[in-house]
Each structure stands twice: as structure tokens, then as C-alpha cells.
Design a protein around this ligand. Structure first.
Ligand SMILES: [Zn+2]
Length: 311
């Protein structure tokens, strides 16, 4: 950080690159996602970018192409020489499922349906069980541990992992944090993909209202499966100011929870479900005195939902 100058971070959440490459709309939405990121980067000129998971929709991508889509997703940031980091979402390593139209009629795998229920036609519940990437590409996966490695407490699982921050991850975080910042003098902010259960507790009903700040509250919090202790650790650390997650494309609020803030990013990508207009959450950090401000920058250039997270 340059002394005195604020440090700005842009969060790109849920880009979902690589959906349905064999159709027109898949590649088109990737082009649109690149446009959103480029607009935000030009408007905000952040010092750092965090890709907040679900960068790609891996269940739509043969593994050989996965890095190409990662490359596309990173390209607007790299082109502007902005440093970046990424965390994994539940879709980043989801097993590839062969689309039905790729099979000749005799080779189509079975469609599995639930047991017949007289009161209800279960037709839409039948699932085509594609051949999992795991089964098809075992060798490639063995030689490519990268896409399966877990990044400490930042990986909230999903895909081939359960959707939790495990006890071991929480402990790892506690150790690291105590070592790096023993007297909690340096403020900390935390990022992962799937909201923890605490997000459910603070979620506003209907419209977003004080003390929460945000513009859309269009769905229920899709939280991790269990809470194994990470939130307790975060609350205990007086240095932790806020947690940022993606995953829910229809939520963009920040709400206070005990002495910290729980925030959603804003759906940045044209990939993934939902048609809420795209944008990115921006964080601005100032030192001495410390302040943490956040707002949402939309694709059309507008700005909303400014909130101070350091008070
Ligand atoms: Zn997503």
C-alpha cells in the first residue's frame, strides 16, 4: 500500500465461464462477462482483484478446456496489469457431465427417474446421468492436482467436496492468523464462496433495510451445509472486520453480525442463473486511521449501496 493512498479491491463473483460452448448463447455470455469486468476495471481502477469463486462452470467443460476458460476470465485483469487472487466455488471443480446431444442414439446413457408416484408425474425429476469427468478423466486429474487443491479457510467446498468450511480449515486459519497477526493489530477481511449459516440469521426480510445495506434480496441464502467453528473464530478475533461471499446471484447486501459484517458480492458474470443486472462489489481500505468502505459498481457505470464496514 502506498502511504496515505486508499487501496481498492474489486470482487468478481460467479462469472461461470464456459457454459454450453456448443451453443451460441454460452460463448456470448462469456463475451458479456468480459465486458462487465473491463467496464468495472476502467471505471474503478482497482489495485487488486479477487475472483470470488465459480469462475468457470466446470460441469459444462471438458477438463482439457478448463484452463482456457480460466484464462479468459482472468484476461481483462491481466491486460491491465492488476494483481489478482482467486478462490474456488462449488462449480469450479464440478464433474463434467456429457450433454445429451453429444451421444448417438444407441450410446445415450440411461435417464434415471424417481420411483413412480401416482399423485404426481415425476417426469421433470428424471435426471440424465452424464458420465462424470472423474470417471472419464481420472488420469488427467491425477496429474493435475491443482484444480483439486483446497485453499485453507477460503474454500467453502462444493463441486466434489462437501459444502462446508471444515474444522481443520477453521483451525488452520486460527493458527495462521495468530501467527501472522498475533496482537490483532492489523485489520483482517475474509473471503470465501458459499455463505456460512450465520448469513441466514442476518438476512433481511423482503426489502433490504437498515442496518443492512444493499439493493437486491431476491432469494434465500444458500448456506453451507454445516457450521464447524469458523464463525466463532472470526468473532473472537477483534481484527476481523468483514466476510465476503458470492454464490447467491440474487443477493448483494451487507448486514452486521455481532461485531463484524457479512457481505455478499454482486453477480458479475453473465454465466450462471439469474438476470439481475451485473456489477461488482468494490472495497476501499484506508490506513491510519483504518477505514473499510464498500459499494457496488454496476455495468452501466452507476454506483450504489455504499457502506462503511469499519465502524
Ligand atoms: Zn455461482
Amino acid at each position: 500500500m502506498r502511504a496515505g493512498a486508499p487501496y481498492k479491491i474489486a470482487l468478481f463473483a460467479d462469472l461461470h465461464f464456459g457454459e454450453n460452448a456448443w451453443t451460441d448463447w454460452g460463448p456470448r455470455q462469456d463475451v458479456n462477462s468480459i465486458r462487465v469486468m473491463s467496464t468495472v476495471l476502467d471505471d474503478e481502477a482497482p489495485d487488486f482483484v479477487i475472483y470470488l469463486g465459480d469462475v468457470i462452470t466446470a460441469n459444462n467443460i471438458p477438463i482439457a478446456n478448463a484452463s482456457l476458460y480460466w484464462d479468459q476470465a482472468i484476461s481483462p485483469t491481466r491486460a491491465r496489469h492488476i494483481p489478482w487472487a482467486s478462490i474456488f466455488g462449488n462449480h469450479d471443480d464440478a464433474p463434467f457431465e456429457w450433454p445429451l446431444e453429444w451421444f448417438s442414439a444407441p450410446g445415450i446413457p440411461q435417464v434415471r427417474c424417481p420411483a413412480v408416484n401416482l399423485s404426481y408425474s415425476g417426469e421433470e425429476d428424471c435426471v440424465f446421468r452424464g458420465t462424470h469427468r472423474l470417471e472419464l478423466m481420472k488420469k488427467e486429474i491425477d496429474s493435475n492436482m491443482q484444480s483439486y487443491s483446497k485453499i485453507g479457510p477460503k474454500d467453502s467446498g462444493g463441486g466434489s467436496y462437501p459444502e462446508v468450511i471444515s474444522n481443520a480449515q477453521a483451525e488452520w486459519f486460527r493458527h495462521k492468523a495468530e501467527k501472522l497477526n498475533p496482537d490483532s493489530r492489523v485489520p483482517e477481511i475474509v473471503f470465501w464462496h458459499i455463505p456460512s449459516k450465520a448469513y441466514k440469521k442476518v438476512a433481511p426480510m423482503f426489502r433490504v433495510h437498515r442496518p443492512c445495506v444493499g439493493s437486491i434480496n431476491m432469494e434465500k441464502v444458500a448456506a453451507q451445509e454445516a457450521e464447524t467453528g469458523i464463525m466463532k473464530i472470526l468473532i473472537k478475533r477483534s481484527s476481523v472486520k468483514a466476510v465476503f461471499v458470492g454464490h447467491n446471484h440474487g443477493l448483494d447486501w451487507c448486514c452486521p453480525y455481532q461485531k463484524l459484517w457479512l457481505c455478499f458480492a454482486r453477480h458479475t458474470g453473465y454465466g450462471g442463473y439469474g438476470n439481475w443486472s451485473r456489477g461488482a462489489r468494490i472495497l476501499e481500505i484506508t490506513e491510519q486511521p483504518f477505514s473499510l468502505k464498500s459499494w457496488i459498481r454496476m455495468e452501466d457505470g452507476s454506483v450504489h449501496s455504499e457502506v462503511i464496514l469499519s465502524s
